[in-house]
Write a protein that binds this ligand. Structure first.
Ligand code: UGA
Ligand code: MN
Length: 245
């Protein structure tokens, strides 16, 4: 059964670098269908070209963030939510079995992760490295059993976990037609996992050797300070495409 990888992405200077790294990871993984979903009105040509060159099985979709959130000046925005809901709907219409995983474009993934989540029966969980001041987010496992969550931001959540820290069986999703992700910054993971009811934390399948290994890291690219652009034409380098915000 295939692994459906749902990747939200948006136009920015780092986009192609992030997607290239993830693409090359997925190219080393068998039986993957990659759903690359852009928060944009039109497909980005550089993304289309990359996807074509990978030889991967993929769909390149669009799901712009609704204007009401995009316009928001104060506070965090619900990043990647319309993209992920679009991916869930695609799965509802096109998939029968297998496993889905939300893979942000900027994280770093060990191939071992994909080997393990492929056998998810309902919902599996595992640690995520390099996240918050604590440096890790993970289910706590005691004597082989679930015994709570370790996370830098509990915030009253039933499932205080990161987007990269769980995988879901497609059948389990299909049995829950109302499941989806809320446009609620900080509570996207919790909202989605709660929408998979009935599901209790003690039922989670604990991977990564009882959550003692890190197979995914919440890496983030460091952005350079913007500066006056050089006049590329002057340097006879007119073919270089510079992505702007
Ligand atoms: C944190 C959490 O680690 C994610 O699990 C959570 O999805 C995210 O916050 C969130 O707020 O939604 P963080 O690294 O801060 O992740 O967020 P980004 O990596 O900037 O964005 C998450 C995903 O959404 C990425 O794949 C990104 O390409 C995409 N995104 C981001 C959009 O599609 N549109 C945007 O405007 C921003
Ligand atoms: Mn990120």
């Amino acid at each position: 059964p295939p692994l459906y990888i749902i990747t939200p992405t948006y136009r920015r200077p780092e986009q192609l670098a992030e997607l290239t790294r993830l693409a090359h990871t997925l190219m080393l993984t068998p039986n993957v269908h990659w759903l690359v979903i852009e928060d944009a009105q039109r497909k980005t040509d550089l993304v289309t070209d990359l996807l074509e060159r990978t030889g991967l099985s993929y769909d390149h979709l669009l799901a712009p963030m609704p204007e009401i959130y995009k316009k928001k000046k104060k506070g965090p925005k619900p990043r990647g939510v319309s993209n992920r809901n679009k991916g869930l709907n695609w799965i509802r219409q096109n998939a029968k079995n297998g496993v889905l995983y939300f893979a942000d474009d900027d994280n770093t993934y060990d191939l071992q992760l994909f080997k393990e989540i492929r056998y998810t029966k309902q919902v599996s969980m595992f640690p995520v490295g390099l996240i918050t001041k604590l440096g890790i987010s993970s289910p706590i496992v005691r004597n082989g059993k679930f015994d709570g969550f370790y996370d830098g931001w509990i915030a009253g959540r039933k499932f205080p976990v990161d987007m990269a820290g769980f995988a879901v069986s497609v059948k389990f999703l299909l049995d829950r037609p109302k499941a989806g992700m809320p446009f609620k910054p900080g509570f996207e993971e919790d909202g989605f996992l709660k929408s998979l009811e009935p599901l209790e934390p003690y039922e989670l399948e604990l991977l990564a050797e009882n959550c003692t290994k890190i197979w995914v890291w919440h890496t983030q690219a460091k952005r350079n300070e913007p500066s006056q652009p050089l006049d590329f034409a002057k340097y006879n380098n007119t073919n270089l495409v510079v992505l702007k915000h």
